[in-house]
Design a protein around this ligand. Structure first.
Ligand SMILES: CC(C)(COP(=O)(O)OP(=O)(O)OC[C@H]1O[C@@H](n2cnc3c(N)ncnc32)[C@H](O)[C@@H]1OP(=O)(O)O)[C@@H](O)C(=O)NCCC(=O)NCCS
Length: 180
């Protein structure tokens, strides 16, 4: 008989949506600085970011998932970061589940070229994946609106676009439509 293996949700504590604390940023910043898929954030970006944060029951930081409002209908999920020692245990996936509960009825936008994050999004009910033509343009437009054209971010985006065009990088984008 065929059996379907369901991975249990990891046990811990997930915060409400809030700003990261100084202590959390102090732990995350040096790790993110050397992370393969992330470039790090400016002081202002850290200060503005709102996220849900995961902790073990005995108070160790596991990671966070930022939820960035784009407008009253749409929110971007990400950046997401799980500390190395907690990866591959379902925490990334659990944070996305929790964010979906917070964003019932709202549109969700996710873009990532991290394979683990892509696995988290693949096959999630309610989403459609964008084609590469749309994802590049939408990515840039949304980020320009979101950052009000901050030069630092625009430079990063242009560099990223050049890299994508030359290296065929594998960003993938998912959208969940808002329901009205
Ligand atoms: C992306 C990230 C948040 C995923 O978190 P995680 O807690 O390890 O993810 P999960 O344990 O929920 O695993 C999700 C899926 O990815 C798979 N996976 C995990 N690590 C993987 C890897 N290195 N390569 C391929 N697949 C991987 C898991 O097997 C799982 O798939 P499954 O459900 O089919 O078994 C984490 O790897 C991370 O923090 N990376 C560094 C930061 C980053 O790059 N963030 C994304 C860009 S914003």
């Amino acid at each position: 008989m065929m059996s379907v293996q369901m991975r249990e949700k990891p046990v811990g504590v997930i915060s409400k949506l809030r700003h990261l604390t100084r202590e959390e940023i102090a732990i995350l910043r040096p790790r993110i600085a050397i992370s393969e898929y992330m470039t790090g954030f400016s002081r202002r970006q850290w200060r503005r970011m709102k996220a849900i944060v995961a902790y073990t029951r005995d108070g160790k930081l596991i990671g966070f998932l930022a939820i960035i409002p784009i407008n009253r209908y749409w929110n971007e999920l990400g950046p997401v970061y799980i500390l190395d020692e907690f990866r591959g245990q379902g925490w990334g996936s659990r944070l996305v589940d929790e964010a979906e509960l917070l964003l019932v009825g709202k549109g969700i936008y996710v873009v990532s070229h991290n394979i683990a994050m892509q696995k988290i999004m693949e096959g999630r009910p309610g989403y459609r994946e964008l084609s590469s033509f749309w994802q590049l343009d939408l990515f840039i437009v949304i980020h320009i609106i979101r950052t009000r054209g901050e030069p630092e971010v625009i430079c990063m985006l242009l560099a990223k676009k050049v890299l994508e065009l030359t290296a065929q990088a594998s960003d993938r984008t998912w959208l969940r439509q808002p329901s009205t």
